[in-house]
Write a protein that binds this ligand. Structure first.
Ligand SMILES: Nc1ncnc2c1ncn2[C@@H]1O[C@H](COP(=O)(O)OP(=O)(O)OP(=O)(O)O)[C@@H](O)[C@H]1O
Ligand SMILES: [Mg+2]
Length: 337
């Protein structure tokens, strides 16, 4: 049974804390930076709410959980989504069996009340309206106003918060007045080979050295080619490969085949050849190409009708066009459509 708490005469039903382990391995500096944000160095000082930034699966949530565990405080995680409403973040009214309205405090509000730590996970998925409801919490005021329950809730001095964000594009633009309350930005990079091996060993202690090394080599090559395969991808590939190996001990599949299958099934067929994939990606990002103008969308390169074509091309075109009607086929590929 969850506990309750009274605020301005309203009874709030509190959320349950998260109990996951969140062991952080390697990269001690970024963990230290996070711990520094949550430190209070003087009675007049306030903690900071940092932004933990990095690609999916790089370890942002794990880092925040581990920081909370080190401080020995209760941990609450709020998973932000594109349709999170302010009341979801704060207090939600729920129709109780008695027919009366019960007010449920979110993990964030529960952390504020109980002096815990709240991780706002994937914060950049949340829209501005919801962020706006947190503006007073994230500055020196340290309170939120629940419109639904009609109350103001003050954060305990022990309350700490961090926001994780992916640096991908499937997200909202967070307004500057919110970003200025979410400082500093702690950026996570990929782990070194040694750290990544320790992370894999920690999560899959039953994996043999050969499979562990294959996975780490794959991940390190992907990191060096700037491909976005993460430690989580490595854990999933290795986990699947180990299951396939264990599945039929009488007719073992060759390890090479298992490895290839695991890579392809988890990460896609292109992942089997990282160099080619990296080349393809850089080309599709325009790595080797000159920037495109509007004309490039409608006319192929060298087309004399291209607005950027120089006069020499136009002369050639005029000659070709008027002296031979059999050229119709060749002209087809000049069609803009
Ligand atoms: N330094 C690390 N120590 C221990 N485990 C790690 C570390 N880095 C990554 N992991 C493991 O990798 C996996 C992915 O980590 P996590 O879920 O924290 O990533 P994330 O950056 O929050 O991803 P997403 O953006 O998808 O939420 C987890 O299983 C996590 O435990
Ligand atoms: Mg996460």
């Amino acid at each position: 049974m969850n506990s309750t708490h009274q605020v301005e005469g309203v009874t709030l039903r509190l959320a349950s804390p998260d109990i996951s382990k969140g062991e952080w391995i390697g990269q001690g500096e970024v963990l230290k930076q996070l711990m520094a944000c949550w430190l209070v160095v003087d009675a007049r000082d306030l903690p900071l709410t940092p932004r933990l930034l990095g690609t999916p699966g790089i370890g942002k949530t794990t880092l925040a959980i581990s920081g909370a565990r080190r401080r020995g405080q209760e941990l609450y995680i709020y998973q932000c989504t594109a349709d999170t409403r302010p009341e979801d973040l704060l207090v939600t009214p729920v129709l109780a069996e008695s027919g009366r309205i019960a007010y449920h405090a979110s993990p964030l509000v529960t952390a504020m009340i109980r002096g815990g730590i709240c991780i706002l996970d994937e914060g950049n998925r949340m829209n501005e309206k919801s962020w706006a409801s947190l503006a007073p919490l994230l500055d020196q005021r340290r309170y939120v106003e629940s419109i639904v329950a009609g109350i103001t809730i003050h954060a305990s001095p022990d309350f700490r918060c961090a926001v994780t964000m992916n640096d991908d594009e499937s997200t909202f633009e967070i307004p500057d007045y919110i970003l200025s309350r979410l400082q500093p930005t702690l950026t996570l990079g990929h782990p070194s080979r040694e750290d990544e091996l320790s992370i894999l060993k920690y999560h899959l202690p039953f994996a043999d050295d050969q499979m562990l090394n294959l996975t780490v080599s794959f991940l390190q090559e992907a990191h060096s080619l700037n491909l976005d395969f993460s430690t989580r991808d490595g854990i999933n590939v290795l986990r699947y490969a180990l299951k396939r190996i264990a599945q039929d001990p009488d007719h073992p599949i060759s390890r090479d085949d298992v490895w290839r299958e695991a890579i392809e099934r988890c990460l896609g067929e292109d992942a089997a050849d990282l160099k080619t994939l990296a080349d393809k990606r850089s080309q599709s990002l325009g790595g080797n190409q000159v920037p495109m103008g509007l004309g490039d969308f409608f006319f192929s390169p060298g087309d004399p009708l291209h607005p950027d074509a120089d006069d020499d091309d136009l002369d050639e075109f005029e000659e070709e066009d008027f002296d031979d009607d059999d050229d119709a086929d060749e002209d087809d590929d000049r069609s803009p459509f």
